[in-house]
Design a protein around this ligand. Structure first.
Ligand code: 1CP
Length: 328
C-alpha cells in the first residue's frame, strides 16, 4: 500500500520542492528520495516505488493534474470518439523518468530490501479517466460498461496492453515484485467484476508470467469480497492484498491455502493507536502469521497517522516474528 506521504515531515518538505504532484512523480531525484524516506526511517522489508497510478492516462495523452485537497483531476473522456485520441506511441518516453527512478532505487536500496513496482488495474485507472477524478458512485464508468460495452472493452484492452508494457519496463529497470491496484473492484456486481477486474488481472498476470517468469505478482482487488476466492483460484497471481473488511479466518482458509496474502490492518486503526491497535495487530498475526504472509495495511496510510503509532506497530510485529522464529 502507500507507505510514503504526508504523515512524514520529510515528505512534506520534499513535496514543497516540486511544481506539481505529477512533476514530483516524474522527477527521479525527488521520487527516489520519497521512496527511500520511509525505508530510512522505519527499515521496512520492501520499498514501493513512489509514483501514482495516474501516470498511465498522462502517458496516453490525457490531461492529468492534482489539486490540493481535491485529489486527482483529469480532462474526462466523454465520448467514444475521444478514445481515438489516446495513443500508446509515446508511452515509454513519457514514463522514462519512472524507469530511471526504479534503476536508481535498485542501486541505492540495501540488497535485502525488495523493490516493488506497481500500476493501477485497468478498471480502476479507467474509472478516473471516465469520471475525470474520484467518484462516489462510478456512474460514468458504469454507464460506459453497461451502455457502450464495446467501447468500454476497447478502453480496458488498451489499458491491459499499456499497463503490461509499463510493468515489464519497470521489471527490466529493477523492480523485483509488481503490485496491481484495483482499488475500485468492489463497486461491481459479480459478472461485471469477473469481466472488468478478474479478466484483465488474469491477462496482465499471464503476460508477466510469460515474459518475466521470475517476478512475483501481487493483486489488490479491493472490495471483491467473496470473489477474492476467484482471484486466488484463477488469476495466476502469487499473492493477494487483502482489504480491511476481509474476515481473517475466511482469508486463511480460502486464500492463504492457495497463495501468499498481504494485509490488512485498517489505516484508521493505526491513526487511533492504543490497545485497539495492539489487539487488531495481534489478531492479524495470529490468524495469518502462520502461513505465507506479508504484514501490511488494508489500504494506503493516511496523512494524520502519528509517527509513534507506526513505530509501535513495527515493534509489535518484529517482536512477534522473533518469538515465532524462536518457537521454531
Ligand atoms: O509509498 C507510496 O506512496 C507509493 C506510491 C503511491 C501508490 C502505490 C502513490 C503516491 N499512489 C499510489 C497508488 C494509488 N493512487 C492508488 C491505488 C492504491 C490505493 O487505493 O491507495 C490510487 C487509487 C491512486 C489515485 C490517487 N492518487 C489518490 C486516491 C484518490 C481517490 O480517489 O481516493 C490520491 C490521493 C493520489 C495522490 C497521491 N498518490 C501518492 C500519494 C502519496 C498521494 C497523496 C499526495 C500527497 O500526499 O502529496
Amino acid at each position: 500500500m502507500r507507505q510514503a506521504g504526508r504523515y512524514l515531515p520529510e515528505y512534506r518538505a520534499l513535496r514543497g520542492q516540486a511544481k506539481s504532484f505529477l512533476d514530483f512523480c516524474l522527477t527521479p531525484d525527488l521520487a527516489v528520495e520519497a521512496t527511500l524516506q520511509p525505508i530510512r526511517r522505519y527499515g521496512f522489508d520492501a520499498a514501493i516505488l513512489f509514483s501514482d497510478i495516474l501516470v498511465i492516462p498522462h502517458a496516453l495523452g490525457q490531461k492529468v493534474w492534482f489539486e490540493e485537497g481535491r485529489g486527482p483531476q483529469l480532462e474526462a473522456i466523454q465520448r467514444p470518439e475521444d478514445l481515438a485520441r489516446l495513443s500508446q506511441d509515446g508511452l515509454h518516453e513519457a514514463l522514462a523518468a519512472v524507469y530511471e527512478t526504479v534503476r536508481r532505487l535498485r542501486e541505492e536500496l540495501p540488497a535485502e530490501v525488495t523493490l516493488i513496482g506497481f500500476a493501477g488495474a485497468p478498471w480502476t485507472v479507467a474509472s478516473y479517466m471516465l469520471e475525470g477524478g474520484s467518484s462516489k458512485d462510478f456512474a460514468a464508468g458504469k454507464r460506459w460498461a453497461y451502455g457502450a460495452t464495446e467501447d468500454f472493452q476497447r478502453l480496458i484492452d488498451l489499458l491491459v496492453e499499456a499497463t503490461g508494457d509499463y510493468l515489464i519496463a519497470q521489471i527490466d529497470a529493477g523492480a523485483e515484485v509488481v503490485q496491481i491496484f484495483d482499488s475500485w473492484a468492489g463497486v461491481w456486481p459479480e459478472e461485471a467484476l469477473r469481466r472488468w477486474c478478474l479478466g484483465p488481472a488474469k491477462a496482465l498476470t499471464a503476460r508477466i508470467k510469460a515474459e518475466r517468469p521470475q517476478v512475483p505478482v501481487i493483486l489488490f482487488p479491493r472490495g471483491a469480497g467473496l470473489l477474492y476466492r476467484d482471484f486466488a483460484q484463477d488469476s495466476g497471481a502469487d499473492a493477494l492484498g487483502l482489504d480491511t473488511t476481509l474476515p481473517l479466518a475466511w482469508a486463511r482458509e480460502e486464500l492463504q491455502s492457495k497463495l501468499t496474502v498481504q494485509g490488512n490492518l485498517d489505516p484508521l486503526r493505526l491513526v487511533a493507536g492504543g490497545e485497539g491497535l495492539r489487539g487488531d495487530i495481534e489478531r492479524i498475526l495470529q490468524e495469518l502469521g502462520g502461513g505465507p504472509f506479508i504484514f501490511n495495511l488494508g489500504h494506503g496510510i493516511v496523512p494524520q497517522t502519528p509517527l509513534d503509532h507506526v513505530e509501535a506497530m513495527l515493534e509489535q510485529i518484529r517482536g512477534w516474528t522473533a518469538a515465532e522464529r524462536r518457537a521454531g
